[in-house]
Ligand binder design. Structure first.
Ligand SMILES: Cc1ncc(COP(=O)(O)O)c(C=O)c1O
Length: 401
C-alpha cells in the first residue's frame, strides 16, 4: 500500500511526538532544568552530544518542538533560539569568517539590516544590499568570497515576494548558501526547502508562538548546516528557555488553523482598503494588482496575515489613524491571534536611515496591519471608523499597489 503523507494541519498538531509511545502524558513535559544528572563518567561522556546534557546545548522539550518544525518545513533538522534576531546572527556568524561577503535583499526586517550593515563590517564581513526582486542584481553582486545569499519573503513591511526557484538556482550555480526569513509566510503558506532554499529562518515570536507571549527564533534546513549552527549556538549561548519552548509547542498545534483564518481575514481587509478613497496604496501578495501576485499564488498557499498600506495624506495622518483604531492594538509585532497595527518608520524600521528606508519603499504614510483571528467584519468596521481622523484629500496620482 502507498504510504500516506500527512498534511501540514496534521503535522502541526501531532508533529515531533513519537506516537508509538503509550501511557505517556499527551502534553509534552517541560524539562525545566538547566542540567541533567548522570550515574557515572561513561554516561557523562555519552550524554554530552545529546539533549540530556546541559540546556544551553539542548533539552528534550526543545527536541520535540525542533522535530515538529523540521517536519512542517520539510527540512532535515531544526534549531530553536532565544529570539528571531539570535537565529539570524548565530546562523550568519556560524557560516562566515573575516574576509567573507554576503549578498542580502535591501528591504528586509530592520533589525537584520542593522546587523548586516552596522555589525558584520566590524568583524570583517562585507555585505552588499540588492534590490529584492532584481535577480540580475543578485547575480552581479556575487563575488568569489560570497558565502550567504540572505532573503526574506514576503518582505517586512513591503510584502514583496521573492522568486525562490530563481534565487536558489543563482546561489547553487555559485556554491552559496541560501538563508531565507520566512516569518511572514509560515510553513503553512510556503515551504522554501521545496524550492531549493538551504536554510529557513523564522521569528518564532510571531506565527509559531501565535499568542504574543514568547520570544523565539527558528532555523530549519540541511543537517550538516544545522550541526554547524548548533555548535555556534552552544558557544554564543542563545538557546531558548524550556518553558518558552513548551509554549511554542502549544502554539504550533494551532498554527495551521490560525494561519488559514488569518489568510482569509487579511485578504478581506486588503480588498476593503484597496477600495477606500483615503488609501493611496495597498500591499498584499494575494491582492489583485500586486506586482508579484502570480508568483505568490504559485509558491504560496495563502497570502498570510500581514499587509501594509499608505494613507492618502501625511505621516501625521498615518499616526492619528493608527491611534484611532480600537480592535487593532497599537503594538510592534505580528502573527498573533489579536490584530495589531504599527507604523514601520517608528518601530520595525526606525533604526534604518531615512534615505535607505526610501529605497526600500518604507514611507511615513505606511501602516502595517497584522490581522488576527477576530471576526473580519468587526475588523473592517474598526478600520472604517478610524478613517474619520484622516482629512479628505485629492489623490496624488494613480493608485499604486
Ligand atoms: C520578519 C522578521 N524577522 C525577524 C524578526 C526578529 O525577530 P525577534 O523579534 O523574535 O528577534 C522580526 C521581528 O519583528 C521580523 O518581523
Amino acid at each position: 500500500m502507498k504510504k500516506h503523507k500527512r498534511h501540514p494541519e496534521t503535522e502541526a498538531v501531532r508533529g515531533g511526538m513519537d506516537l508509538s509511545k503509550k501511557n505517556g502524558p499527551l502534553s509534552t513535559p517541560i524539562y525545566q532544568t538547566s542540567t541533567f544528572e548522570v550515574t557515572d563518567m561513561e554516561e557523562q561522556v555519552r550524554a554530552t552530544p545529546t539533549d540530556h546534557f546541559y540546556t544551553r546545548y539542548g533539552n528534550p522539550t526543545h527536541t520535540v518542538a525542533e522535530n515538529a518544525i523540521a517536519e512542517l518545513e520539510g527540512a532535515e533538522a531544526a534549531l530553536l533560539f532565544a529570539s528571531g534576531m539570535s537565529a539570524i546572527t548565530t546562523t550568519v556568524l556560524a557560516l562566515t569568517k573575516a574576509g567573507d561577503h554576503i549578498v542580502a535583499q535591501r528591504d528586509i526586517y530592520g533589525g537584520a539590516t542593522k546587523f548586516f550593515t552596522q555589525w558584520l563590517p566590524k568583524f570583517g564581513v562585507e555585505v552588499t544590499l540588492v534590490d529584492t526582486t532584481d535577480y540580475q542584481q543578485h547575480a552581479k553582486a556575487i563575488r568569489p568570497n560570497t558565502k550567504i545569499l540572505h532573503l526574506e519573503s514576503p518582505t517586512n513591511p513591503t510584502l514583496r515576494v521573492v522568486d525562490l526557484k530563481k534565487v536558489a538556482a543563482v546561489a547553487k550555480q555559485h556554491g552559496i548558501t541560501t538563508l531565507i526569513d520566512s516569518t511572514f509566510a509560515t510553513p503553512i503558506n510556503c515551504r522554501p526547502a521545496e524550492f531549493g532554499i538551504d536554510l529557513v529562518m523564522h521569528s518564532g515570536t510571531k506565527y509559531f508562538g501565535g499568542h504574543a507571549d514568547l520570544i523565539c527564533g527558528i532555523v530549519a534546513g540541511r543537517r550538516d548546516l544545522i550541526d554547524t549552527i548548533h555548535a555556534t549556538r552552544t558557544t554564543l549561548g542563545c538557546n531558548m528557555d524550556p518553558h518558552a519552548a513548551w509554549l511554542l509547542l502549544r502554539g504550533i498545534k494551532t498554527l495551521a488553523v490560525r494561519v488559514h483564518r488569518q489568510n482569509d481575514n487579511a485578504l478581506r481587509v486588503a480588498q476593503f482598503l484597496k477600495g477606500h478613497p483615503k488609501v493611496r496604496s495597498v500591499s498584499y501578495p494575494f491582492l489583485e494588482g500586486h506586482p508579484q501576485r502570480a508568483l505568490a499564488m504559485e509558491q504560496m498557499r495563502g497570502g498570510g496575515g500581514v499587509l501594509s498600506f499608505e494613507v492618502e495624506g501625511t505621516g501625521e495622518d498615518a499616526c492619528r489613524f493608527a491611534e484611532a483604531l480600537n480592535l487593532f492594538t497599537l503594538a510592534p509585532s505580528l502573527g498573533g491571534v489579536e490584530s495589531l497595527v504599527t507604523i514601520p518608520v517608528i518601530t520595525s524600521h526606525s533604526m534604518i536611515r531615512p534615505d535607505e528606508r526610501e529605497k526600500m519603499g518604507v514611507t511615513e504614510q505606511m501602516i502595517r496591519l497584522s490581522v488576527g483571528v477576530e471576526n473580519v467584519d468587526d475588523l473592517i468596521a474598526d478600520l472604517e471608523q478610524a478613517f474619520a481622523v484622516v482629512k479628505e484629500r485629492q489623490p496624488v496620482g494613480a493608485v499604486r499597489f
